[in-house]
Design a protein around this ligand. Structure first.
Ligand code: ADP
Length: 162
């Protein structure tokens, strides 16, 4: 059996920081399933369909990356996809506590699924989807933070606001 990793997140929208983690992960695992979480607690800017489409467009050059979405518990989804690993990116110490808690609970739920953490590329350590949205909302440049089609999509979203 090949190694299959799930890379979960909100991806609202996908940034160069996410793509860096996805690309590096795709070199280590046979297949990476990037999966958009239906997060009921957050009010997203982009719909699930829009987020999936942007991810598909921006990962289309990487043959072993697949884009999907899920609802409910991550560990149930991972098992359903017959994956054996979860990939997460770590940006700062502030990510650590929450991620440790998630990795621990997921191991308790299924000890055969391992969580792998990748340190952020230094260029993107400050980068999050929230920061990108905040900048785009006020029409500041997000040029070197997201791929061009995401920049375009943000421009359209915020074109009639403010
Ligand atoms: P965000 O916090 O940007 O809303 P998501 O929930 O979409 O992020 O994150 C999905 C995954 O990508 C998480 O594991 C997160 O830690 C990781 N990630 C997000 N941005 C970066 C970045 N700039 N560098 C490394 N990892 C990142």
């Amino acid at each position: 059996m090949g190694s299959i990793a799930v890379c979960p997140g909100s991806f609202d929208p996908v940034t160069l920081g996410h793509l860096d983690i996805i690309t590096r992960g795709s070199k280590v695992f046979d297949k990476v399933i990037v999966s958009v979480l239906h997060n009921r607690n957050k009010q997203p800017l982009f719909t699930i369909e829009e987020r999936i489409e942007l991810l598909k467009q921006t990962t289309k050059e990487i043959p072993n990356v697949e884009v999907d979405h899920f609802n409910g518990l991550l560990i149930d989804y991972v098992k359903k996809k017959k994956a054996n690993a979860i990939i997460k990116g770590l940006r700062a110490v502030s990510d650590f506590e929450y991620e440790l808690q998630m990795a621990s609970i997921n191991r308790k739920l299924d000890e055969d699924v391992e969580t792998f953490f990748m340190m952020t590329n230094n260029n993107y350590s400050y980068l999050s989807s929230s920061i990108v949205k905040e900048l785009a909302k006020y029409h500041a440049s997000v040029n070197d933070l997201v791929p061009e089609i995401v920049e375009e999509a943000l421009r359209k979203k915020y074109a009639f606001s403010n």
